[in-house]
Design a protein around this ligand. Structure first.
Ligand code: NAP
Length: 260
């Protein structure tokens, strides 16, 4: 995909690698302050995603080479990698591409969730391990692992599933399930009601962190339900920040230094 048109009087361009609530808030913060051109890149997995302010670009760049080319052509002065903690490929691509073309990059890494004394968490390394442990914990499972990671659960027998997805799946699921299409942020009272009305016995989630999807954990705790917690891949290497505000401040600082 080609680089965006140059502006007549160019403001420094910041690329936000997005797809998360935090990325949208970074774009909101940068555009509210002004003085920079903000382009948010989305993978294009979600139907009708919440649009961040500024410009939006949808679809892959074509690996690290494509991203490096795009950064150069668009004269990007700073990259904020605010992607999902499980979107490890785009983060690795950003690391390589930014290093190659000399564009500074920061990763906004959400703090991980931590269990309290009442939580019944079972930490597992991946979805295959989650599927392996699941029948020992309950027969009715609430799966919130992303629509592309359901295959390992297809081999399980004697289980019923409720699957929550951010958008309606384009293909049939690999097993029969009730599908709930909903996007966070979720409210505790709704999560409580969902677990009770579906008679859920076990919750499966990625260790995504962040407040938007955390209420399911509080609801599981209240119901005394076990949670299978799929661990994150290692975070991107290089500098990181933990808050939207710090990411905005960093990008504005880079834009002020490198944009002119
Ligand atoms: P990924 O495995 O890191 O990326 C795969 C490819 O998708 C990348 O190589 C890139 O294609 C493209 N891509 C990903 N994010 C992009 C972005 N922000 N802008 C432009 N292109 C992007 O990520 P994923 O396949 O999207 O997701 C991996 C896991 O993360 C899933 O299991 C999912 O549950 C979770 N997740 C992702 C998102 C998201 O918005 N990405 C949101 C919620 C959850 P090119 O190599 O062609 O550039």
């Amino acid at each position: 995909m080609s680089a965006p048109d140059a502006e007549p009087k160019a403001r420094p361009t910041v690329l936000v690698l997005g797809g998360t609530t935090e990325a949208r808030r970074v774009a909101e913060g940068l555009t509210a302050i002004g003085g920079v051109r903000v382009i948010t890149a989305l993978a294009g997995r979600t139907e009708a995603p919440h649009q961040p302010p500024g410009e939006v670009r949808v679809g892959g760049f074509g690996g690290p080479d494509g991203l490096a080319r795009w950064l150069r052509d668009a004269r990007v002065v700073a990259v904020v990698d605010a992607t999902h903690p499980f979107a490890a490929t785009i983060s690795a691509n950003a690391e390589v591409a930014c290093a190659r073309v000399g564009v500074p990059r920061i990763a906004l890494v959400r703090p991980a969730w931590e269990p309290g004394p009442q939580d019944l968490w079972h930490r597992v390394p991946d979805t295959a391990a989650a599927a392996a442990i699941l029948p020992t914990l309950g027969r009715r499972a609430f799966l919130t692992v992303g629509i592309t990671d359901l295959m390992p659960f297809a081999a399980l027998r004697g289980m019923t599933f409720v699957v929550r997805a951010a958008s309606r799946p384009v293909a049939a699921l690999p097993f029969p399930a009730e599908i709930i299409v909903a996007r966070g942020p979720f409210r505790l009272e709704d999560e409580r009601r969902l677990l009770a009305s579906r008679r859920i016995e076990v919750v499966v989630t990625k260790a995504s962190g962040g407040s938007a999807t955390a209420p399911k954990l509080a609801a599981a705790r209240e119901h005394g339900l076990p949670v299978v917690m799929i661990e994150r891949p290692p975070p991107p290497s290089g500098p990181t920040v933990a808050t939207v505000e710090d990411a905005v401040r960093w990008a504005l600082d880079r834009a002020a230094r490198l944009g002119h």
